[in-house]
Design a binder for this molecule. Sequence first.
Ligand SMILES: NC(=O)c1ccc[n+]([C@@H]2O[C@H](COP(=O)([O-])OP(=O)(O)OC[C@H]3O[C@@H](n4cnc5c(N)ncnc54)[C@H](O)[C@@H]3O)[C@@H](O)[C@H]2O)c1
Length: 266
Amino acid sequence: VQNYLEKLFKLQGKVAIVTGAAGQLGGLYVRTLLAAGLKVVALDIDLNNPRGQLKKIKGSRLLKLSADVTHKLSLQRALRAVLDRFGCIDILINNAALDVPPHRTSGPFEIFDEKLWDQTMAVNLKGVFLCCQVFGAAMARAQKGSIINISSIYGILSPDQRIYQYRKPAFFKPIDYSVSKAGILNLTRYLATYWSGKGVRVNTLTLAGVANAQDSRFLKNYTAKIPLGRMAESGDYRGAILFLASEASSYMTGANLVIDGGYSCW
Ligand SMILES: NC(=O)c1ccc[n+]([C@@H]2O[C@H](COP(=O)([O-])OP(=O)(O)OC[C@H]3O[C@@H](n4cnc5c(N)ncnc54)[C@H](O)[C@@H]3O)[C@@H](O)[C@H]2O)c1
């Protein structure tokens, strides 16, 4: 049994790229993949982002690359650096995204700033499109790989604005994030079928909110909607990353794995 399980989840020596690696969850994915024996490329536009833990992570199997997912040239440079150092790409985790920082106000839909809409779409959707075009295409050429596109419960459901109603000034969870994360689902399906003959599997991983020192009113409102009664800890997503990256998910492509404490059940 031991041997069978080891083979199923074997990832040692494989090469993974994590975009947005310097953020809250990205650093955790980097740690998880390094612990599983992978060579990891941590890509971010801001490698020193104080929100994450990437700065503290070191190792001979880790390559940190500063790159902008909205710029193809920047990604092409990153691709050359990855291939020079590690020779191939086996796993791509499209994790970089813009969300609304908790301290920023977001007005009602009717006056939502179109510049913000454009910025969000550029990173959350075009960024994934470009990373697939550059890194995913290299995987398809090599006839192997697993792509994991990160979405959110707000990409499969509308945000429940009642959660935020207590905030002053009035806050609305904005539309740009939700729509961009919904787009991930069909980008995933499109590429899953497009690359089905090339040995590249493409799946979405849909997450719910992660505990991160939110205020008590928010926590009360949000967790009331979660059957498991708590927000996610970032560690809750590690198993799903290893599952989607490895042969354990070999018959899965174009799918959406929802890890949300039950949020989407009711
Ligand atoms: N944290 C949550 O509660 C939560 C819930 C559901 C889904 N998600 C999803 O998980 C992923 C990670 O979330 P997080 O909370 O770690 O986000 P985060 O904001 O902490 O990190 C995002 C990272 O992306 C980087 N980035 C932004 N623009 C970039 C660009 N143009 N090029 C390269 N890198 C860029 C940022 O510098 C940052 O380090 C996102 O896709 C998010 O939508 C998060």
